[in-house]
Design a protein. Structure first.
Lengths: 122, 731
C-alpha cells in the first residue's frame, strides 16, 4: 500500500513542487491550505506523514502539531515541520511539541525526500 | 631713664621737700620769736604764715599726686581700654602716652598688634585666594558640565540632587505629557524621576563589588553599575552610576574604611540608538526570514525542472511561473528593505551633524591656511551658502579631502583662487569646490579622487572618494566650458537640524553661584529631622503666588495662574520655576483682568485646575511653602482638595506675617512696601511667577533679620508669626 502524505502549507508555490516530487516518488499526496484544514484532513484521512509549515493562517504549525500529539489515536502519524524562520529556538520548540523532524526553507528536494523516507521507515 | 635711678631721684626729691618744709617751719618759728628788741611777730601772724606755707606745701603735693596718678594709674587704664578695642579691630593701635615705662609697654603691645594684623591679613588673603580658585573650579565644572552631551546628575545617599547639567534638565525635566513638570531640581529627590528600587539595587551592587575587591585594594575606585530605565516622557536612558566616596558616610554604606556618600549618574539617551538597532535587526530578520520562503519555492521548482527530464509542457510552465513569481517577490522585498534601511546600514562611521555654513567656513579656513612649504596661501571664497542646510558628515575627513583637492590644484595647475558653495538640490546638498581657468581631463580628476590623499607632507591612506562615501555622498569632477569654470561636486544627504542644541550656559551674577549644583547639600539628611526643629537656613522652600478671578474663593472665584520658584540653601533658584496658566472654566471679571492682565483668550487652551494642581503638588514636595499673604492662596488650594485629590500639608510661612514680626511699628506690609524696606528691586509684578520671585527675595532678606531676633528654626518662625497674627486680629 502506498504511504499517504499530507502537505500543510499556505504557500502554493512550494506546494506545487513538493506535491509533484512526492507523487512522482509514488506517494499518495493530500494538500491542506491552512492549519484547521490540516487538522481535519489528518483526522479524516489518517496520513502516515504530515509536512507541516509553521506560518499558516487560522492555526499555526505549532498548534496543529500540539493538537495532533494530544490525540492518542494519531500517535503513529509522523510530523515533519517546515519553516521559513529557522531560528534555533523555533526548531527546539517544534521538536519539543512532538514533531519528528524539522527542515528549514530553502531545502533541497533530495534532502526532503531522504528525510521523508527516513521518517516513514523506508 | 633707668627705673632704679628714677626711684633714687624720687626718694631724694621727697626727702628734700620734707627737709625744706621742716626747715622752713623751723625758720619761721625761730624768725617769729620776739627777740630782745621786741621786734617779732605775734603768735597769730605766725600761725597765718604757717597755714599759708602748709597750704602751699599740700597744693604742691596734690599737683604731684595728680601728675603721678595720670602717669601711673589713668594711663594704664586708658591703655587697657585701647587694647580691648584693638582685640576686636586688628587695625587699631595703642596710643603713645603716660610714663616712659608705659610707652615702652605700648610699643610692645603695638608690635604684637601689628604682628597679629599681618597674620590676619595673610590668612584673609589665603582664604580669598582659596575661594577664588574654588570659585574658578566651580565655574569650570559648571561650564564643562553644561557642555557635556550626556546628562550628569550627582546625588547624595538620600537621593537628593546636588548637581545636574543642562542636558540632564532637558532630558529629565519633561513630564509624561512633555509639559513643565519640573521634576529635576537641586535638593529634590531623584526618585521622582527614577524608581527608588532601581537605584538602591545599583548602589547595593556597587557596595557588593567593592567588598569583593577586599581590603587590599580598598582605595580603588569602586567601579560602577549600569542600568537602563525609562523617563516619565518615555525616553529610554542608559544610566552609568559611580559612587562618590567620603570618610564619614552612614555606617551601612561603609566599604573598606571609605564610605559611599553619594553617587554620580551619567545618563545617555539610548532611545534613538535603540530604535536604530531595532530597525537594523528588523531589516536583517526580514531579509533572512522573508527570503527563506520564496527561495525555498524557487529552489524546489528549479530542482524539479532540472531533474525531471520527461515533464509535460504544462507542468514545466507551472514550475517556471513559480520561479518567476517568487523571484519577483524576492526582488520587491530587497527593494523595500534597501530604501527603508539604507541610512541605518551606512552609519557605521561617527558622523556628526554640522550646519552646512559652518562646514564651509571651516573648510575655507583649512584651505586658506599657510602651508608648510611657504607657498603663497591659496585664496578661498565662499558663495551661495544656504544657511539652513544641516549636514551629517565626518567633518575632519571632509575638510581634509577639500584641502587636499584645493592644494593639489594650486600645486599642479597654479590655481590662485578656489570657491566653495553649498546649495540645496532636491533632497540632497550640493557642495562645490570650483575654480576658473585651467582644466584637467576626466582621467586625471578621477585619479585625484581615487588616490590616497597626500599633499604637502600631509598624507592619509584614504582617498577623497572613501571620505565622501563615508559621509553617504558622491563626488565627481565636472566642467562648464562656457563659463570656464570647473568644479568638484559633492552631493551629500541633508540632515535634520538638531532639536536639542545645548543651550548657552546661563552666566551667574557676580558672587552668585550657577544654580545647577550645590555641594553643600551633601551634608543634608532629610529623613532624620522633623522639619519644625530644622534651621530656616537649611530648609528648602517653594515660594509661590497665584492670580485669581477674584477675592472670594468660597463664592466661586478660581485660580487662573500659579507661579513658584524654589529656595535651597539660601539661594533662590530662578531656573527651577513653575509657571502655569489655568483655565478657570468661568468668566473673568473686567476688574480682575485689570489687575493681572490675563485675558480669557490666553486661558482657553490651558489645562484645568485638576490637571495643574497635582503637578504643582509634586513641585512642592518636601519643601516649606512661602507666600505673601499665603492664607489667601492656601484657601484657594484647600478648597480644591476634594476635586483634585491633592492635599497641601506642607508647613507654610507668610512674608506678610514675618514682616509684621520684624517691623511691628510699620503701618503697611504690602509686598512692594516690604521689598522697598528691605532693598529688593521689584519688576514683573502681578504675574504669579514675578510676585513669587519678589516674595522669595524678600524672604531671603528676612532670614538674617529674623536670626538676629533669635528666630532661627521653622518652629520659632511659625510661633512668632502666629503671635503677630493674633495681635493683628485684635486690632
Amino acid at each position: 500500500m502506498n504511504k499517504k502524505i499530507l502537505i500543510a502549507d499556505d504557500e502554493q508555490n512550494i506546494v506545487i513542487s513538493i506535491e509533484f516530487l512526492l507523487r512522482r516518488e509514488g506517494f499518495e499526496v493530500l494538500v491542506a491550505g491552512d492549519g484547521e484544514e490540516a487538522l481535519a484532513k489528518v483526522r479524516g484521512e489518517r496520513p502516515d506523514l504530515v509536512l507541516l509549515d509553521v506560518m499558516m493562517p487560522k492555526m499555526n504549525g505549532f498548534d496543529v502539531c500540539q493538537a495532533l500529539r494530544a490525540d492518542p489515536d494519531l500517535a503513529g502519524t509522523r510530523i515533519l515541520m517546515l519553516t521559513a524562520k529557522g531560528r534555533d529556538t523555533e526548531v527546539s520548540k517544534g521538536l519539543g511539541l512532538g514533531a519528528d523532524g524539522y527542515m528549514t526553507k530553502p531545502f533541497s528536494t533530495k534532502e526532503l525526500l531522504a528525510e521523508v523516507r527516513k521518517l516513514l521507515g523506508m | 631713664m633707668a627705673a632704679p635711678r628714677k626711684l633714687i631721684l624720687t626718694v631724694v626729691a621727697a626727702s628734700l621737700f620734707t627737709l625744706v618744709l621742716v626747715g622752713a617751719t623751723a625758720a619761721l618759728m625761730l624768725a617769729g620769736e620776739p627777740d630782745a628788741s621786741g621786734v617779732g611777730r605775734s603768735a597769730a601772724e605766725r600761725i597765718v604764715v604757717l597755714i599759708v606755707l602748709l597750704l602751699l606745701a599740700s597744693a604742691c603735693c596734690c599737683w604731684v599726686i595728680v601728675r603721678l596718678h595720670d602717669l601711673y594709674a589713668a594711663s594704664p587704664l586708658r591703655m587697657a581700654e585701647e587694647v580691648t578695642a584693638a582685640l576686636a579691630h586688628s587695625s587699631l593701635r595703642v596710643g603713645d602716652q603716660g610714663a616712659a615705662e608705659l610707652r615702652v609697654l605700648a610699643q610692645a603691645v603695638n608690635q604684637l598688634l601689628a604682628l597679629r594684623e599681618a597674620s590676619e591679613n595673610d590668612v584673609a588673603e589665603r582664604v580669598r585666594e582659596a575661594r577664588a580658585s574654588l570659585e574658578e573650579e566651580r565655574s569650570r565644572l559648571a561650564a564643562l558640565m553644561a557642555d557635556l552631551s550626556q546628562s550628569v546628575v550627582v546625588c547624595n545617599l538620600d537621593g537628593r540632587v546636588l548637581l545636574y547639567n543642562q542636558r540632564a534638565r532637558q532630558e529629565l525635566a519633561a513630564g509624561a505629557d512633555g509639559g513643565h513638570g519640573e521634576l529635576l531640581g537641586l535638593g529634590r529627590s531623584i526618585y521622582t524621576v527614577f524608581d527608588r528600587a532601581l537605584i538602591t539595587h545599583a548602589l547595593e551592587r556597587l557596595q557588593q563589588a567593592s567588598r569583593e575587591l577586599g581590603e587590599t585594594e580598598n582605595r580603588q575606585l569602586l567601579g560602577s553599575a549600569q542600568f537602563v530605565t525609562a523617563t516619565p516622557a518615555g525616553r529610554l536612558l542608559r544610566a552609568h552610576m559611580s559612587p562618590v566616596l567620603g570618610g564619614d558616610g552612614p555606617h551601612h554604606a561603609q566599604v573598606g574604611g571609605l564610605s559611599i556618600t553619594g553617587f554620580v549618574l551619567v545618563l545617555e539617551d539610548v532611545t534613538s540608538s535603540n530604535e536604530r538597532h531595532a530597525r537594523r535587526d528588523a531589516l536583517i530578520q526580514s531579509l533572512i526570514e522573508g527570503g527563506r520562503g520564496p527561495l525555498g519555492s524557487i529552489r524546489a521548482a528549479a530542482e524539479m525542472l532540472s531533474e525531471v527530464a520527461d515533464m509535460p509542457a504544462q507542468q514545466r510552465n507551472r514550475f517556471l511561473r513559480v520561479v518567476h513569481d517568487e523571484a519577483a517577490k524576492l526582488s520587491a522585498q530587497f527593494e523595500t528593505a534597501a530604501s527603508a534601511f539604507s541610512n541605518d546600514l551606512r552609519e557605521r562611521w561617527l558622523l556628526e551633524e554640522m550646519r552646512g555654513a559652518e562646514v564651509l567656513i571651516v573648510a575655507a579656513r583649512r584651505i586658506g591656511e599657510r602651508r608648510a612649504d611657504e607657498r603663497r596661501a591659496l585664496a578661498v571664497k565662499t558663495e551661495n551658502v544656504d544657511e539652513d542646510l544641516w549636514l551629517r558628515v565626518d567633518g575632519y575627513g571632509l575638510f581634509q579631502a577639500l584641502r587636499y583637492l584645493a592644494w593639489r590644484l594650486q600645486d599642479e595647475y597654479a590655481v590662485r583662487e578656489v570657491r566653495l558653495s553649498l546649495t540645496r538640490s532636491g533632497q540632497l546638498a550640493q557642495l562645490d569646490l570650483s575654480w576658473l581657468g585651467t582644466f584637467m581631463n576626466n582621467e586625471t580628476a578621477m585619479g585625484w579622487l581615487q588616490d590616497p590623499m597626500s599633499v604637502a607632507g600631509d598624507s592619509s591612506p584614504l582617498s577623497v572618494t572613501d571620505i565622501v562615501e563615508r559621509c553617504n555622498g558622491e563626488i565627481w569632477f565636472q566642467r562648464e566650458r562656457v563659463s570656464h569654470r570647473a568644479f568638484f561636486r559633492t552631493m551629500l544627504p541633508i540632515a535634520d537640524a538638531p532639536t536639542d542644541l545645548p543651550r548657552a550656559v546661563i552666566a551667574a551674577a557676580e558672587g552668585e553661584r550657577p544654580e545647577f549644583y550645590d555641594f553643600d547639600l551633601f551634608s543634608w539628611s532629610a529623613a532624620s529631622h522633623e522639619l519644625d526643629d530644622r534651621l530656616l537656613s537649611e530648609l528648602a522652600f517653594t515660594v509661590f503666588d497665584t492670580e485669581t478671578t477674584g477675592l472670594q474663593p468660597t463664592q466661586g472665584d478660581e485660580i487662573i495662574q500659579i507661579g513658584a520658584t524654589r529656595i535651597v540653601n539660601r539661594r533662590l533658584l530662578r531656573h527651577e520655576c513653575f509657571d502655569q496658566l489655568i483655565n478657570p472654566q468661568c468668566r473673568l471679571s473686567p476688574q480682575s483682568i485689570e489687575v493681572h492682565g490675563i485675558t480669557p483668550e490666553l486661558l482657553v487652551d490651558q489645562p484645568t485646575i485638576d490637571v495643574v494642581l497635582p503637578k504643582f503638588h509634586a513641585f512642592c514636595a518636601d519643601t516649606v511653602l512661602v507666600g505673601h499673604n499665603a492664607a489667601f492662596d492656601m484657601r484657594f488650594l484647600q478648597l480644591k482638595e476634594k476635586q483634585t485629590g491633592v492635599r497641601f500639608e506642607q508647613p507654610v510661612l507668610d512674608t506678610l506675617l514675618l514682616s509684621a514680626v520684624l517691623h511691628s511699628n510699620q503701618t503697611t506690609h504690602r509686598l512692594e512696601a516690604i521689598a522697598e524696606r528691605l532693598g529688593v528691586s521689584v519688576f514683573g509684578r502681578h504675574t504669579a511667577l514675578g510676585d513669587a520671585i519678589v516674595t522669595g527675595e524678600v524672604f531671603l532678606k528676612m532670614l538674617p533679620l529674623l536670626a538676629e531676633m533669635g528666630i532661627r528654626t521653622l518652629r520659632q518662625a511659625r510661633e512668632a508669626s502666629q503671635k503677630t497674627f493674633h495681635a493683628r486680629l485684635r486690632y
